[in-house]
Design a protein around this ligand. Structure first.
Ligand SMILES: Cc1cc2nc3c(=O)[nH]c(=O)nc-3n(C[C@H](O)[C@H](O)[C@H](O)COP(=O)(O)O)c2cc1C
Length: 417
């Protein structure tokens, strides 16, 4: 990782960018996207769905990109065209993304070149939806879009404004400059954690009462997994130490399973000294039963009296013992608060950052149905040495991305000192 961030255009030089054009009127605006990207020195390839040909000629995209346009799965001459196009792609932009294209991506279809490419590709994917307001607001589309975001795909827009039908409303494709900017940002991010070792904790701990019962919490693991996925997408080598989770861990990431706070502490302390970034997103129990009995407590014996004792505070231990961490490493903790007000969240985050000796604290609201445990979204404020960032109510993957922006910035600063 270099000391300074490269210029936005320089990150695109020589990069392979696939622009997938699907069948909406906004396809004409994507001509400007392809031209701008080609001007940065990127190797731009355009894939068009058969419907897209009704809106813009393939010749236009071929001339601007300097590459032939791909539409057909069969008969194009390439042995396996979807694999050839997808492999080695640094970035994929789907613009305009029709309701149909979004649905096919959400469900994992592969019945044409476009959808097969999207199922094969492993690079960051940006999607710029464009459709009439009714189609955009339909629950089916909203569910499909949420599924894409959950998978780490970045949505650009849509915005509100004039639509091709002459109506006005939500569903207008973002402007070409915005799509290009998002593309260059994604390319820059794709490498800003290259070479970084990251440790992320996720899920909740379970503190045994007897062989079948435990003291636990509602953590799903979604936030920690989103952070792991985002860090890996930006080039980090990631290990997740996970307690109990109802969410699935992201594919291709090392996961170490633990059950109790003590096991989590041991797994974290063993790995933290080698990690450039340690993110403690797990909901570790604050208290555990003083002793777990080794036989199931019988109902007939009546309600047991359970004495709780504190569990280790892993974040504070890491924060107060530099020897347990890598020199110049970044320690990130989470604060679960039942507090939606960003002003209060910010104060709580900064207070905990100082008291725990962490570099960064993310204070999130776990008291609302749309935020915190189990939800797809989170309302959060990030406190770092550079100040407070109010992220607002966003998807967990968007919060993970905002957090990794902060972490990458801190790493850059520390490495240049
Ligand atoms: C004039 C016209 C404009 C259209 N514009 C859009 C649009 O903006 N967004 C959309 O989702 N579908 C739009 N459609 C419908 C799509 O073209 C249709 O769903 C098609 O099957 C999409 O195929 P594709 O996703 O494979 O490109 C339009 C259709 C017509 C005839």
């Amino acid at each position: 990782m270099g000391a300074g961030a490269p210029s936005p255009d320089a990150v695109a030089q020589g990069k392979k960018i696939l622009v997938c054009v699907t069948g909406g009127i906004a396809a004409f605006k994507v001509v400007a996207v392809v031209r701008s990207l080609a001007e940065t020195g990127a190797d731009v390839r355009v894939v068009m769905t058969p419907s897209a040909h009704h809106f813009v000629g393939a010749q236009t995209f071929a001339a601007l990109s300097g590459n032939p346009v791909a539409t057909e799965m069969f008969g194009s001459g390439a042995a396996v065209p979807h694999v050839e196009l997808a492999r080695g792609a640094d970035l994929v932009i789907v613009a305009p993304a029709t309701a149909n294209a979004v649905a096919k991506m959400a469900l994992g279809f592969a019945d044409d070149l476009f959808s097969a490419v999207l199922l094969t590709v492993r690079s960051p994917v940006l999607v710029a939806p464009a459709m009439h307001t009714e189609m955009w607001e339909h629950p089916a589309t909203q569910r499909n879009v949420a599924a894409l975001e959950e998978r780490g795909i970045t949505l650009i827009g849509p915005s509100e404004g004039a639509l091709s039908s002459g109506d006005s409303g939500a569903g207008r494709m973002s402007e070409p400059e915005e799509i290009v900017r998002a593309g260059l940002r994604a390319l820059g991010r794709a490498e800003d954690l290259a070479g970084v070792r990251a440790l992320v904790t996720a899920g909740g701990t379970q503190e045994p009462i007897d062989p079948v019962r435990f003291v636990g919490n509602r953590s799903s693991g979604r936030m920690g997994f989103a952070i792991a996925q985002e860090a890996a997408a930006r080039g980090a080598r990631v290990t997740v130490v996970a307690g109990a989770t109802s969410a699935e861990p992201p594919p291709g990431i090392e996961v170490v399973r633990v059950a109790t706070a003590d096991e989590m502490r041991a797994a974290v302390l063993e790995r933290a000294p080698e990690c450039d970034v340690t993110v403690k997103a797990a909901a570790v129990a604050d208290f555990k039963p003083r002793e777990a009995v080794d036989r199931k407590l019988k109902k007939a014996s009546g309600p047991p009296e359970i004495t709780l004792v504190p569990t280790p505070d892993i974040l504070a231990e890491l924060g107060s013992s530099p020897g347990l961490r890598k020199a110049r490493g970044i320690l990130v903790g989470f604060a679960a608060e039942t507090e939606p007000d960003p002003g209060v969240l910010g104060r709580l985050a900064e207070g905990k950052r100082r008291s725990k000796g962490a570099d960064v604290i993310v204070a999130n609201d776990v008291g609302s149905s749309d935020s915190g445990f189990g939800a797809a979204t989170n309302r959060a404020v990030i406190a770092s040495p550079d100040g407070l960032t109010d992220v607002g109510l966003v998807t967990k993957i968007a919060l993970a991305s905002a957090l990794m922006d902060v972490v990458a910035g801190l790493l850059r600063t520390r490495r240049s000192l």
